[in-house]
Design a protein around this ligand. Structure first.
Ligand SMILES: NC(=O)c1ccc[n+]([C@@H]2O[C@H](COP(=O)([O-])OP(=O)(O)OC[C@H]3O[C@@H](n4cnc5c(N)ncnc54)[C@H](OP(=O)(O)O)[C@@H]3O)[C@@H](O)[C@H]2O)c1
Length: 292
């Protein structure tokens, strides 16, 4: 593996499993000192221990990054152990239960936006101030989703938070460019994590069937893009979104194309979808003469 990040300190939020863990492994593999985070102390400690066993320098900091005081503690412990921060990966997210917009309540909205978007502000704000005060040219990377560009069904708050993350990143990229701090987004497609592992191989194959590259992605696929953006190889890239989705956004088909409305919402629907009108009703002549 390349060693592009030797001497760098990387904070990866939500790295106690899933994509975040894959990112922490990759950044550590490229030589960075890594701060592992999540809310559960046991899982954070276990991942940190596994990375140390592979020879990495790792700090474990359990903290809820949706809360300012916890974020302040996360960065205070990082500075105390490693002296500062060069790379921040804002990875945590709350997807929660799916909720049709007609049934999406305020608590759901607040949790999604608080976990997914406010946490990114709190962490990036703290990290960028540290970088500027220490004269470090850092890299901020947010993990968004292809859902920032195309809608999931029944995940309006999650999708809004991801779209917000991308606009937020472009804005801070401009504000922080004079300080040599870059900010970019990696937008995963359908990625296989522990959660999906529990659902079995058939479910993974079905999930991968709508992906042009023919499979779901792995955390390592996302981690490779993050390591690139964190490294000097991406030294002239800022304010960008890099979708790592196996080609999903290059096509029209959605993985949830066949999802029906939830029964409670379907019952409230008065208008049938309706068939297309006959072409002759609105076209002045044969649109496709070969079929007329
Ligand atoms: N998997 C996919 O297919 C996919 C697709 C598109 C985008 N993404 C994005 O990729 C990122 C990672 O997704 P994932 O599937 O790997 O998620 P995941 O398996 O649910 O892992 C989430 C991680 O974040 C931690 N976490 C959650 N809330 C936190 C909080 N408030 N403070 C600190 N840590 C918190 C979790 O640990 P605790 O629960 O212990 O706190 C865990 O380590 C997310 O931004 C997600 O939106 C994923």
């Amino acid at each position: 593996m390349e060693q592009r990040l030797v001497g760098k300190v990387a904070v990866v939020t939500g790295s106690s499993r899933g994509i975040g863990r894959g990112i922490a492994e990759r950044l550590a593999g490229e030589g960075a000192k890594v701060v592992v985070n999540g809310r559960q102390p046991e899982t954070v400690a276990a991942v940190a221990q596994a990375l140390r066993a592979d020879g990495a320098e790792v700090l474990a900091v359990p903290a809820d990054v949706g809360l300012r005081a916890e974020v302040d503690r996360l960065f205070a412990e990082t500075v105390a152990s490693f002296g500062g921060v060069d790379i921040l990966v804002n990875n945590v997210a709350w997807t929660g239960h799916r909720a049709h917009f007609l049934e999406l309540d305020e608590a759901h909205w607040d949790t999604a936006l608080g976990t997914n978007l406010k946490s990114a502000y709190l962490c990036a704000h703290r990290a960028a101030n540290l970088m500027v005060d220490q004269g470090r040219a850092g890299s901020l990377i947010a993990i968004s989703s292809f859902s920032a560009a195309r809608a999931h069904r029944c995940l309006a708050a999650y999708d809004a938070s991801k779209g917000g993350l991308e606009a937020f990143t472009r804005a801070i990229a401009v504000d922080l460019a004079p300080f040599g701090i870059r900010a970019n987004v990696v937008g995963p497609g359908a990625i296989h994590t522990e959660l999906h592992e529990q659902r079995g191989l058939a479910a993974a194959r079905q999930r991968g069937a709508t992906v042009p590259l023919g499979r779901v992605g792995m955390p390592a696929d996302i981690a490779g893009a993050v390591a690139f953006l964190a490294s000097d190889d991406a030294g002239y890239i800022t304010g960008q979104v890099l979708y790592v989705d196996g080609g999903m956004l290059a096509q029209l088909r959605s993985p949830q194309v066949d999802d029906p409305l939830p029964p409670s919402v379907h019952a409230r629907r008065r208008q049938p979808p309706g068939d297309p009108q006959p072409l002759r009703a609105w076209a002045s002549g044969p649109v496709f003469p070969e079929y007329s």
